[in-house]
Design a protein around this ligand. Structure first.
Ligand SMILES: [Zn+2]
Length: 312
């Protein structure tokens, strides 16, 4: 059977048709332009489903359901988008509106949860029924899969590991609390740490790499050129990421952590030291069994593939 998955982001909407085995039959990406408003966005998604079917060489009758990921808080049981500041949506009856317009079953869910489900069904998490997906971006997005199902908490407002507090005296986070994990371990935080290191070490290779602009990659580029400042910076950042992962392990002890987001492109440079530190900790405390740490595999397709998996 075939399913439509839609991943609505602040910048882009990515959508595609996926079959039960995770094969992508067709897909497209286009600008969100949220300023056009909810109705225009909705009608465009519906019309693009027709285009995707055409591309895939199937009829719209062959679509069994539509899943949609939204960057906000969704009540996935009721099909509602409770609040989405990126799109300026509040209390939107998205699943019912889609069903009314298409006659197909529709489910909505938070975008990071969709990506977690996508990786668990079709990506790096395929061998695991219990995992935590973490995406290191502007913030830290997360999704928890237990026994092959998303764990969303009361009102589907849970599984927000990025806002797990790790320092009472830390910086104020966007959520209003202090010292959330994402204020230390998001890629935004890493870029800030890189800037500080450059200011303190103006003669380093890192400072030279950052002359034309600082990104999450700068420190990794400098480290590959042997820069000690950059290596120290990366080690500290890995400590921040691992610190949160150890906290989550103490609560959930999943089989694996799947790491996504731009920095995850560094792959083994990031996952191997995290896995080593985590499992040393587990070993020291006798908390067997060991926990795997791997990079996400599906990139920005995880969201729409996971959204499709919502209706499988
Ligand atoms: Zn927070």
């Amino acid at each position: 059977m075939n399913y439509v998955g839609v991943d609505i982001g602040g910048k882009n909407i990515k959508m595609g048709i996926v079959d039960d085995f995770g094969k992508i039959l067709s897909s497209m990406t286009y600008k969100t332009q949220q300023e056009r408003g909810y109705d225009a966005l909705l009608l465009e998604i519906i019309s693009n489903i027709g285009k995707l079917c055409e591309q895939a060489g199937i009829y719209t009758d062959d679509i069994s359901g539509i899943g949609i990921g939204v960057p906000g808080i969704c009540n996935s049981r009721a099909g509602l988008v409770m609040s989405c500041s990126t799109l300026k949506w509040k209390g939107v009856d998205l699943a019912h509106d889609v069903t009314n317009l298409t006659g197909k079953p529709c489910k909505v869910c938070n975008d990071a949860n969709c990506a977690a489900l996508g990786e668990q069904r079709f990506g790096s998490g395929r061998n695991y029924k219990n995992l935590v997906f973490i995406t290191l971006g502007t913030g830290i997005g997360s999704g928890i899969v237990i026994d092959g199902k998303l764990f969303e908490g009361l009102g589907c407002a849970g599984a927000e590991a990025g806002h797990m507090g790790i320092s009472v005296d830390g910086e104020i986070c966007d959520c209003g609390n202090r010292g959330c994990w994402e204020t230390f371990a998001s890629s935004k935080a890493f870029i800030k740490q890189t800037k500080e290191a450059v200011q303190k070490n103006p003669d380093s290779i890192l400072a030279e790499v950052c002359k034309d602009g600082i990104s999450g990659k700068s420190a990794f580029i400098a480290a590959k050129r042997g820069d000690k400042v950059a290596k120290k910076l990366i080690d500290k950042y890995i400590d921040y990421v691992t610190y949160g992962i150890i906290g989550l392990t103490n609560i959930l002890h999943p089989q694996a952590f799947i790491i996504g987001g731009g920095i995850a492109n560094e792959g083994a440079l990031l996952t191997i030291p995290i896995k080593k530190k985590l499992n040393e900790y587990i070993d020291n405390n006798g908390f067997y069994p060991y926990v795997d740490v791997v990079s996400a595999k599906l990139g920005d397709s995880a969201g729409f593939m996971g959204a499709a998996a919502l209706v499988m």
